[in-house]
Design a protein around this ligand. Structure first.
Ligand SMILES: Cc1cc2nc3c(=O)[nH]c(=O)nc-3n(C[C@H](O)[C@H](O)[C@H](O)COP(=O)(O)OP(=O)(O)OC[C@H]3O[C@@H](n4cnc5c(N)ncnc54)[C@H](O)[C@@H]3O)c2cc1C
Length: 508
């Protein structure tokens, strides 16, 4: 069997590697439009300093089991550092008070209870209500969870007795950070997955992880090496323009004038490009937006739609067009001197709509990458659509205001570079009712398999969701009966706490 994988993001990489590892697949070709792999997990060159900086801070968690398996498979264990105990610190700008949510001795879902009870930003009434809601969501079956897909999560929380403060300071923060959506725009079913499997699922699920180098170095280099070793043929700068159809079956792809044939085509492209490839005649909403990580096409009215395109492909394209995106802004601030205490690793900044979090990248990077006497701070701004038009100057003023409030500058550190990356189409939006729009890997059929963070694995738009989608696509082609919550066979198992092969993020 010969397979073409279109799109070299995490989904396409996972699919290509899993397929190449199988003795049943003769040849895997990976076609990527850009000059490097990684898709949305990639760095951008700062034109002023020439430094490669992440398009945005990317966090992972120990619950990202399939993504960590992928990193293990490509021998990139040293590319991430993981906390050995969950420690999620919050700080308030006005008071300077800080506190952490940590796991304690009780078993899940109560493992955070000790730190929640001490958490100074919520009242006892807030906390008692939260405990009740956790009990309710823990008891929901998968079918009951899916039945809540049409309901915005804030509505479900209010119906389950949550206070405004708990919605804002606890539930809302985790939803914004993980789903890249304000809580009132988020589907209850996806939010419940986040809390049930993530925060309250197992004691170590929310051990946070960070990359030890800029994203392209952390991802692209080890992955290209392993794909090549596995026999995958990688074509970069290889944008696919259209699918080739014959008698209702997809028989390959076309890039430029070149036709490439295969038994199976995995489309691991973002949802609006997948829709466009499945139905080139469809006006795609996202076509009118500036894209930074993708290559959107204009509506093609000249070329007739091949009569061989099956109905399922057109129907899936229609559904994909109903899925929205949300933006993320990534800020990088490079200081000469050490601007914030070196033992700060990250903070959720309470009640701040813009500068929601701050990461001290020096605490994450491997020693070889850190330039002496400099500090790299970064801020991911989630749900950033309404902030996209803010100028760099305004963002910098807001950033410095918060930093100065929290840590007075003793003039020992000087901001040398403030660099902003705006990603308009950062993540697909799991809004109420969106789950039924998410197709499964095999839904188009006719020689096409779908992969991508938006497919119906249930996870939000994350590196974990993308990895799962790629493996589900491979399982579909290989006709494997694989449960995505089990390890991918023959790949290294995800790391447990204390696994010395993996980097440790010292967040005491
Ligand atoms: C700024 C930002 C911050 C984020 N932060 C986090 C985070 O902290 N944690 C987390 O887990 N996730 C985060 N995400 C989300 C995560 O990066 C994505 O969900 C995931 O990487 C998507 O992977 P994918 O393979 O599905 O899609 P993509 O990464 O978009 O890959 C698709 C690939 O297809 C290629 N392509 C497109 N058209 C064609 C064509 N015609 N021919 C050939 N190739 C084509 C693209 O160039 C791209 O490489 C963030 C995303 C962004 C943008």
């Amino acid at each position: 069997m010969q397979v073409i994988v279109v799109g070299g993001g995490i989904a396409g990489i996972s699919a290509a590697l899993a397929l190449a590892d199988s003795p049943n697949v003769e040849k895997v070709v990976l076609l990527e439009a850009r000059k490097h792999l990684g898709g949305r997990v990639s760095s951008v060159k700062d034109p002023v300093t020439g430094m490669e900086l992440d398009n945005c801070q990317h966090a992972c968690f120990r619950v990202y089991t399939r993504f960590l398996q992928l990193l293990g498979r490509v021998n990139a264990q040293s590319s991430v550092r993981l906390q050995q105990r969950t420690n999620l610190p919050f700080i308030q700008t006005n008071s300077g008070v800080s506190a952490s949510l940590r796991d304690g001795r009780l078993s899940p879902p109560n493992h955070m209870l000790g730190s929640v009870l001490k958490f100074p930003f919520l009242s006892l009434k807030d906390k008692m209500a939260m405990k009740k809601a956790v009990k309710v969501l823990q008891k929901l079956t998968e079918a009951q969870r899916m039945d809540l897909d049409d309901i915005p999560f804030d509505e479900w929380l209010r119906n389950n007795g949550q206070t405004e403060r708990a919605i804002e300071r606890f539930w809302g923060f985790f939803v914004l950070a993980a789903l890249n959506l304000p809580i009132e725009e988020a589907s209850t079913s996806v939010c419940i997955l986040l809390f049930k499997r993530g925060l309250f699922g197992s004691a170590d699920a929310f051990d946070a992880g960070a990359f030890t180098n800029h994203l392209s170095a952390a991802i692209d280099e080890p992955i290209q090496r392993s794909l090549k070793d596995a026999g995958v043929e990688i074509w970069l700068n290889a944008k696919v323009n259209q699918l080739l159809w014959k008698d209702g079956e997809c028989v390959g792809v076309q890039r430029g004038e070149e036709k490439m044939l295969a038994d199976n085509v995995v489309l691991a492209t973002p949802q609006h490009i997948t829709a466009k490839l499945l139905n080139p005649k469809m006006p795609i909403k996202a076509d009118n937006t500036e894209t930074d990580h993708t290559t959107a096409n204009k509506v093609d009215t000249a070329t007739p739609l091949p009569s061989a395109v099956p109905f399922a492909a057109l129907e899936v394209a229609e559904r994909l067009n109903c899925l929205d995106y949300r933006a993320i802004i990534g800020i990088h601030a490079l200081y000469e001197g050490i601007r914030i205490p070196e033992n700060v690793f990250f903070y959720r900044i309470l009640d701040e709509p813009l500068i929601q979090m701050i990461f001290n990248r020096n605490s994450e990077l491997s020693a070889q990458v850190i330039v002496p006497n400099t500090q790299w701070l970064s801020v991911p701004i989630s749900g950033a659509d309404s902030f996209l038009k803010m100028t760099d100057e305004v963002l910098q003023a807001e950033f410095e205001k918060i930093i100065d409030k929290l840590w007075e500058n003793n003039n020992e550190a000087e901001l040398k570079r403030f660099f902003v990356v705006r990603s308009k189409l950062a993540t697909f939006a799991p809004t109420p009712g969106s789950s039924k729009m998410r197709p499964s890997s095999g839904e188009v059929g006719s020689g096409i398999t779908l992969a991508g963070d938006y497919t119906d694995h249930g996870w939000p738009s994350t590196m974990e969701g993308a990895t799962r989608s790629g493996l589900l696509a491979a399982a579909h082609i290989l006709e494997m009966n694989w449960n995505q919550d089990e390890n991918w066979p023959n790949w290294p198992t995800p790391p447990k706490r204390g696994d010395e092969r993996w980097g440790i993020w010292d967040c005491k």
